[in-house]
Design a protein around this ligand. Structure first.
Ligand SMILES: *Cc1c(COP(=O)(O)O)cnc(C)c1O
Length: 411
C-alpha cells in the first residue's frame, strides 16, 4: 500500500481535531466544582489520546498546578519536553521494580509508593540523586488494585517517616482512588471514604504532614464534594467526556468534548442490490444504492466491535457502518446520496453540528467512552485548535487561534 504525499500540511485522510479552548473551559468548570482544592490534570496515555504535551500546557494555562501520569516515563517526558513552569508539580503512580527512581527524583517528580519494595527503591534513588524524594503514600481503601492495604499501612507509614527523618524522603501526599464513584449512591463510596479518613488519621497522628490528601477522580470531582480534600484529579471530564451515562451527558455536566474525529470519504460508488459489503459479507445492500468508503479502521482505533452499529455524520445525515470495520477502512451505505469523494465524514465530536459523540461510539461498541478516545491511533494526526502557548523557539507568535498541524503521533 502506498500513500501519495500531500501537497499541503493539512491531513487529507483523517484527523483528530483537539479543541484546546474547550479543554481550558472544562478545567475551569471542574475547578469551579472544587474551589477549595488544588487541581491535578491527568494526562496519562498521551492525554487520553488527545496529546499529553498540548493538553498539559492548556490545563496549566487554565489553572492546574499539578499534572498526573501513570508511568514515570510519561512524567519524565513531560518534565523534559512540555515547557511547563518549574513550579508545576508532576506526579506518577504506576511503578515497577527497577523503575527510574533516581531520574524521577532528579526531575522533581512526586512519586507514588504503594508498598515496602517501592519505598526502599525510592530511598535508594534519593541516595543516588543526593536529594530527598517527594513521596506520596497510596492507600488501598477498597479499590483492590494498586495501593497499600490497611493491614500493611502501619509499616509503610513508619518506614516512610524514618526515611523522612533521615532527609531521604519528604512525604508530600497521602492518597487513594475510588472503585465506583461513577455509580451514584454506590455504598462502596462511603466505605472507601471512611477507610481513607482512618488511614489519614493514622498517618497524621504519627507525624506525617502531607501537603495534599486526595482521592477524587472525575465523577467524584463532579458529584461528590465531600471527597475533594486538598486536591482533585480529573482525567476524562477534562477532555469533555462524561465519566458514565448514569451521570448524564457531557453537556448535562457542563463539559465540552475536546476531540473531533473526522475523515475524508475516499470513494463513493453505485452498487446494485444484493451486493455484499466488506469482509465476511455481514451486510448486503437491500437495493440499488451508493456506498461511501471511510478511510479509518481498527488500526486507527475505530473499534471493530462497532461493525454494523457505529454512527457517522455525512452530508448532514447519520449513517451506520455497513458490515465489518477493517484495519484501515470501513463502508457506509449512503442510500443513493452522492456526496463527492473528499466529503467530510465525522465519526464523533461535540455533537453541536449533529454529529455523534464518543459516548455514542462507546454504546455502539459495548465499551466506555474513555476507551474510544484513548485508543485513537498514532496514524491519525492530532490537529490542535486554539493553542495559545508559543513553542520555545518562537517568542513573537502567540496567536490565540493558531492551528498547529502535527503530522506525527500526538504529543
Ligand atoms: C486515570 C486516573 C485518574 C483520572 O480518572 P478519571 O476517571 O479519568 O477522572 C485519577 N487517578 C488515578 C490514580 C488514575 O489512574
Amino acid at each position: 500500500m502506498s500513500e501519495t504525499a500531500q501537497p499541503t500540511a493539512a491531513p487529507q485522510r483523517a484527523r483528530a481535531e483537539i479543541d484546546l479552548a474547550a479543554l481550558r473551559a472544562n478545567v475551569r468548570a471542574l475547578r469551579a466544582k472544587a474551589p477549595g482544592a488544588a487541581f491535578m490534570a491527568v494526562v496519562k496515555a498521551d492525554g487520553y489520546g488527545h496529546g499529553a504535551v498540548a493538553c498539559a500546557r492548556a490545563a496549566v494555562e487554565a489553572g492546574a498546578g499539578w499534572i498526573g501520569t501513570a508511568t514515570p516515563e510519561e512524567a519524565l517526558a513531560l518534565r523534559a519536553g512540555a515547557g511547563l513552569p518549574a513550579d508545576v508539580r508532576i506526579m506518577c503512580w504506576l511503578w515497577t521494580p527497577g523503575g527510574p527512581w533516581r531520574e524521577a527524583i532528579e526531575a522533581d517528580l512526586d512519586v507514588s509508593v504503594s508498598g515496602m519494595w517501592a519505598l526502599r527503591e525510592a530511598v535508594e534513588g534519593a541516595r543516588l540523586a543526593g536529594r530527598s524524594a517527594r513521596v506520596q503514600l497510596k492507600a488501598d481503601t477498597g479499590l483492590g488494585r494498586n495501593g497499600c492495604q490497611p493491614a500493611d499501612w502501619p509499616e509503610l507509614v513508619t518506614e516512610a517517616l524514618r526515611a523522612e527523618r533521615e532527609g531521604l524522603v519528604r512525604i508530600t501526599g497521602l492518597w487513594s482512588h475510588f472503585a465506583c464513584a461513577d455509580e451514584p449512591g454506590h455504598p462502596s463510596v462511603a466505605a472507601q471514604l471512611a477507610r481513607f479518613r482512618e488511614m489519614l488519621a493514622y498517618a497524621e497522628e504519627r507525624g506525617v504532614r502531607p501537603e495534599v490528601r486526595h482521592i477524587a477522580n472525575s465523577p467524584a470531582t463532579l458529584t461528590l464534594p465531600e471527597t475533594h480534600f486538598d486536591l482533585v484529579r480529573p482525567g476524562i471530564a477534562m477532555y469533555g467526556v462524561s465519566p458514565s451515562p448514569e451521570l448524564g451527558s457531557a453537556a448535562d455536566l457542563g463539559l465540552r468534548p475536546v476531540m473531533t474525529l473526522a475523515a475524508s470519504l475516499a470513494l463513493v460508488k453505485h452498487v446494485p442490490g444484493g451486493h455484499g459489503v466488506s469482509y465476511g459479507h455481514h451486510y448486503t445492500t437491500p437495493g440499488e444504492t451508493t456506498l461511501g468508503l471511510v478511510p479509518l479502521g481498527y488500526a486507527d482505533g475505530v473499534p471493530r466491535h462497532a461493525s454494523g452499529t457505529g454512527p457517522v455524520l455525512i452530508g448532514g445525515k447519520w449513517r451506520t457502518v455497513a458490515g465489518r470495520i477493517a484495519m484501515d477502512q470501513f463502508v457506509v451505505d449512503l442510500g443513493g446520496d452522492e456526496p463527492g469523494p473528499g466529503e467530510e465524514a465525522v465519526l464523533f465530536g461535540p455533537g453541536d453540528r449533529g454529529e455523534p459523540t464518543a459516548e455514542d461510539w462507546a454504546q455502539a461498541a459495548g465499551t466506555i467512552a474513555y476507551e474510544i478516545v484513548t485508543r485513537i491511533g498514532s496514524r491519525v494526526p492530532r490537529v490542535y485548535v486554539d493553542e495559545t502557548i508559543e513553542t520555545s523557539e518562537t517568542s513573537e507568535t502567540n496567536a490565540t487561534n493558531a492551528t498547529n498541524v502535527a503530522t506525527g503521533p500526538a504529543g
